[in-house]
Ligand binder design. Sequence first.
Ligand code: FES
Length: 145
Amino acid sequence: MAKTPLPMKPTGWFQVAWSAEIRAGDVHRMTYFSTEMIAWRSASGQVTVMDAYCEHLGAHLGHGGTVDGEILRCPFHGWEWDNQGRNVCIPYEKRPNKGRRIRTYPVTEHSESVFIWFDENGRAPYFEVADVLSGFDDGRSAADY
Ligand code: FES
């Protein structure tokens, strides 16, 4: 009997962290889909998930990258990146480098969790995260266990 090949190309929303693990100002290191990523939370509470390496000269932003308001600053030369992965400031230049961009992932938070959308073919999200926990709303949180 012929085997049906499994589609080894994941598509969908994946839980990558607990929300409480990433407080405002935190830069959280993680690896999913054979890719090193970081998740960081801005001062306003927005979580961004992006590839871990700076698009300038490749510093790992999870080792010394700092959150300042709504941007992430690279520890090597201070380039600043926004939540779309765009370079918004180079401290020793008059203008940012608009051609450099770090890959970011669509993010949503609910059920005390951070989810990212991942698609091998780069497609945008075409469905919502299923809120499977809302039916168990008994007032408790993950911190209670
Ligand atoms: S390697 Fe990140 S600013 Fe230079």
